[in-house]
Design a protein around this ligand. Structure first.
Ligand code: ADE
Length: 224
């Protein structure tokens, strides 16, 4: 899958060169390209923001550099183009899986300051996405969340393809607790049922634990 990220702060995306996402890039499963928006500005000082018409706090990203940047990368609008914004649709498992399934080319625009000129969104963007009900200083961290979450649904990125089936949220419940060796740590034992190895009992136990943790931390999931 190809993912283009458009940003005023390309250096923030170093984080995508590590761990599973880094390996997926090395093996060619992911082709992540970071583009600096600033060089596209036709302003003599490469300015990319200005005061909002109508007044108000902060600055707004001007349309010209964004428009030219997006269209130089995807002139025929073949990619799915998203804009990271607290005003967007909330990112949940269904949306993550849908993005991974519906496109092999994602363009992610990161905003800064008080947002971007609405005309860029009207002209160029397919969907606005929020990662939660809080406001970040920019869209970069949110974009990395989208990349990480979507990448997990790209075939072969995870070694174990069943991981996305059993984890939290995929069946409407949070995930059961996990244990590994040693069997006793600081006086705390791994639950007996897991040590005994009866598969049916383990499935029942995990289901009960998943319900317990969901009731405790996310009762709203059970209402759905
Ligand atoms: N940019 C600023 N806040 C954001 C959020 N909550 N989600 C996505 N992008 C953002």
């Amino acid at each position: 899958m190809r993912i283009d990220i458009l940003t005023l702060f390309p250096e923030m995306f170093e984080a995508l060169n590590s761990s599973i996402i880094g390996k997926a890039q090395e093996s060619g499963l992911l082709d992540i390209r970071i583009t600096d928006i600033r060089p596209f500005s036709k302003d003599k000082h490469k300015k990319c923001d200005d005061y909002p018409f109508g007044g108000g706090a902060g600055m707004v990203m001007t349309p010209q550099p964004l428009y030219d940047c997006i269209n130089s990368i995807d002139p025929e609008h073949k990619a799915k183009r998203v804009y990271m914004s607290p005003k967007g649709k909330i990112l949940k498992t269904a949306l993550v899986a849908d993005i991974a399934k519906s496109t092999d080319w994602l363009v992610i625009l990161c905003g800064h300051y008080e947002g971007v000129d609405q005309r860029v969104l009207d002209l160029c963007i397919d969907e606005e996405i929020s990662i939660g009900d809080y406001v970040l200083t920019g869209g970069e961290l949110a974009a990395m969340v989208v990349v990480d979450a979507v990448a997990r649904y790209v075939p072969k990125v995870l070694h174990c393809e069943t991981s996305t089936d059993e984890e939290s949220f995929s069946q409407g419940l949070l995930e059961y607790p996990q244990y590994t060796r040693p069997a006793v740590f600081m006086g705390l034992s791994v639950p007996d049922v897991l040590l005994k190895g009866n598969h049916a009992d383990i499935v029942d136990w995990r289901n009960e634990e998943a319900i317990k943790i969901t009731v405790k931390n996310r009762p709203d999931l059970l209402e759905d």
